[in-house]
Design a protein around this ligand. Structure first.
Ligand code: DNO
Length: 394
């Protein structure tokens, strides 16, 4: 048999309630981490990177992927101080390379990283999942953010659901909704409604083509560093994969991603295949997308979703949802068999379940649900790998 994909887990650093030892017990060998304490846009020092690397290796684990080295808003909007932040980004990349880290994940989503409307959606089993609901987003947009013309962004059926639900928005529910939508990556900063307004105006002027141009500007500005130091960049798709709150989106479907690779074809420009993010769009066929973009995939998030006909979705069990995980894994095993360096994957998110229901953990990143996801995915991979490898090789 050839190499397995590298089983990895995200670790938010020393303050993560899920420890490195927990991760080791879950069976992962690779760690996906970032220096979350460094404010966006500042240089990651070599010393800080080495410190994090040591913490990980002392547990017998390997820091496989940097997720994320955040792209500052000044770069995404190509504002006047973009050159300073590009210089800082290049410096951080060099420091990472010097410390032996070469796969770097980032996103180009305007202002907000991934967006959900409910972080504790109860499943029939009693476990909790992350959920995205259009009518709740419309409530936030029309009544809290009060974006001009917001009503025109939603279908009449979503607006009808919102109207029928208006009385259910209690003070507590409104507060939770606002916090959930404005939440940043755990341990990083949340955005306020006034700041969101300012950003909306800026992005309104930029539009989809402007954001694509800014992404190219970013990729061109880091190309030499990446090539010289062997850095593999991987863009994370939009989550969810459609415009929200009037913000432009440029990494939501196969066509978007192909545009990115056609316009900056150098190999350093790669993809973090996130099956859950892309899978929330009924227009995305994940096995086909995986096959088509095979050469660009250098990191994988495996997660599943179940959508309803309005486009609302919840994060389902890793093997049971609208993404055909068997077919995706089959593609990945075949791609991985052609690689000299195994592709790292992590079970992306997991349900809050069992003892974790009583614990405070980072949304989507409790231990037991991810351990379950990893165990299922590992079994699926092993089964497929054995099935595809002729018996004579064993
Ligand atoms: C959510 C994550 C994202 C991802 C970033 C990459 O759980 O997948 O926050 O890390 O978008 O830059």
């Amino acid at each position: 048999m050839k190499n397995n994909l590298t089983q990895s887990f995200r670790w938010y650093g020393p303050n993560d309630p899920v420890s490195l030892n927990n991760i080791k017990q879950a069976g992962a060998t690779g760690i996906v981490s970032a220096l979350h304490h460094v404010p966006h846009g500042e240089v990651w020092s070599y010393e800080d990177i080495i410190q994090r690397k040591k913490e990980i290796s002392q547990q017998g684990l390997t820091w496989e992927v940097v997720e994320s080295l955040p792209v500052h808003e000044a770069i995404k909007t190509n504002s006047l101080d973009a050159p300073k932040y590009l210089e800082n980004y290049n410096k951080s990349l060099k420091n990472l390379a010097r410390a032996g880290l070469s796969t770097v994940c980032y996103n180009f989503m305007p202002v907000l990283d991934w967006t959900r409307t409910d972080l504790a959606f109860s499943l029939p089993s009693g476990a909790k999942a992350l959920y995205f609901d259009w009518a709740d987003l419309a409530y936030f947009d029309c009544y809290l953010l009060k974006r001009p013309d917001a009503v025109n962004s939603y279908s009449p059926s979503v607006m009808a659901i919102l109207q029928s639900r208006l009385a259910s928005y209690t003070k507590e529910k409104i507060k939770a909704l606002e916090e959930t939508i404005c939440m940043g990556v755990p341990t990083e900063a949340a955005i306020s409604i006034p700041d969101l307004h300012t950003s909306l105006e800026v992005y309104n002027a930029i539009g989809k083509e402007g954001l694509q141009a800014n992404l190219l500007m970013f990729l061109n500005a880091i190309a030499d560093t990446c090539e010289m130091y062997g850095i593999q960049m991987v863009i994370h798709p939009d989550d969810p994969p459609y415009p929200i709150l009037g913000l432009p989106r440029i990494a939501s479907c196969l066509e978007d991603l192909q545009w990115i690779f056609d316009n900056q074809p150098k190999p350093f420009n790669g993809l973090c295949l996130c099956t859950g993010s892309l899978g929330a769009g009924s227009f995305n066929n994940l096995p086909e997308l995986t096959r088509t973009l095979a050469d660009r995939i250098h990191f994988v998030h495996l997660r599943n979703v179940k959508r309803d006909h309005f486009g609302n979705f919840f994060e389902s069990d890793h093997l049971d949802g609208d993404v055909d995980m068997f077919e995706v894994m089959k593609e990945l095993v075949q791609i991985n068999n052609l690689r000299s360096k195994p592709i790292p994957f992590r079970p992306d998110h997991g349900h809050q379940m069992l003892d974790d229901l009583q614990k405070e953990t980072n949304p989507g990143y409790s231990a037991i649900g991810r351990l379950k996801g990893l165990a299922e995915l590992r079994g699926l991979e092993l089964g497929i790998a054995r099935m595809l490898t002729p018996i004579t090789e064993s």
